[in-house]
Ligand binder design. Sequence first.
Ligand SMILES: *[C@@H]1O[C@H](CO)[C@@H](O)[C@H](O)[C@H]1NC(C)=O
Ligand SMILES: *[C@@H]1O[C@H](CO)[C@@H](O)[C@H](O)[C@H]1NC(C)=O
Ligand SMILES: *[C@@H]1O[C@H](CO)[C@@H](O)[C@H](O)[C@H]1NC(C)=O
Length: 214
Amino acid sequence: MRRYAHTTSLLLLLFFMFHLVVSEIPSNQRTTMINSIISSKTTRPNLLFLGISAETHIDTLESIDLSNNYLSSIPSEFMTYCGMLGGLRGLNFSWNILSGSLPNFDGFLKLEYLDLSHNSLSRTISLQMDGLVSLKLLSLGYNQFSGSVPTHLGKSMVLERLVLYYNHFVGKIPEDIANYSNLIEIDLSYNNLSGSIPDRFRELPNLQVLFYLQ
Ligand SMILES: *[C@@H]1O[C@H](CO)[C@@H](O)[C@H](O)[C@H]1NC(C)=O
Ligand SMILES: *[C@@H]1O[C@H](CO)[C@@H](O)[C@H](O)[C@H]1NC(C)=O
Ligand SMILES: *[C@@H]1O[C@H](CO)[C@@H](O)[C@H](O)[C@H]1NC(C)=O
């Protein structure tokens, strides 16, 4: 049973007035301060609204951790804004109640880890993440994604960890996954996949962990 299944009706508005905060602190403290604002956890449900000023540029912001909240969607303004952040390396939206399709990641050129695990995201995945040219860790476990296992996971092919367990992916394991020659870990367990592990996976020089439990 999902932890937050009973919390869908309440409304929480969180407003991040970046421009007010940023203008008053020295630049070397900005990342920390903004991280702590963004990371501030709430025990109250539900919808989170992020209001971000378009004129603000916080290039020192390295990671955004919004895990363990009650977020039911990611506003498109947030995606647009974060896509432009020159130094953003990590985005963590795990343990929320996000539903619908995976958003498109436009920009995000430095993003190295993306954690959207433990949500209710669904539908198929095609090219939404292809532009994530620095992506090293992708965690989409415990969602309801369907269709085939995605193979477009950052077109510069630097992915190291691919965690897709507990979804509804169907069909065979695509051998194109082996194009990501830096892969260290692949976990495809508990989907609705059929067939065996492609021979090409044996060619992956760094592969240490491969889980395919059904
Ligand atoms: C994201 O946040 C969760 C919960 O706070 C944590 O367990 C997980 O390790 C984080 N993911 C990454 C990639 O750091
Ligand atoms: C993987 O590599 C093969 C050729 O080696 C290519 O035909 C295929 O399009 C590549 N797939 C992806 C998803 O990059
Ligand atoms: C799993 O896939 C098979 C065929 O590939 C299909 O018949 C079955 O309904 C699927 N089950 C689920 C739970 O999606």
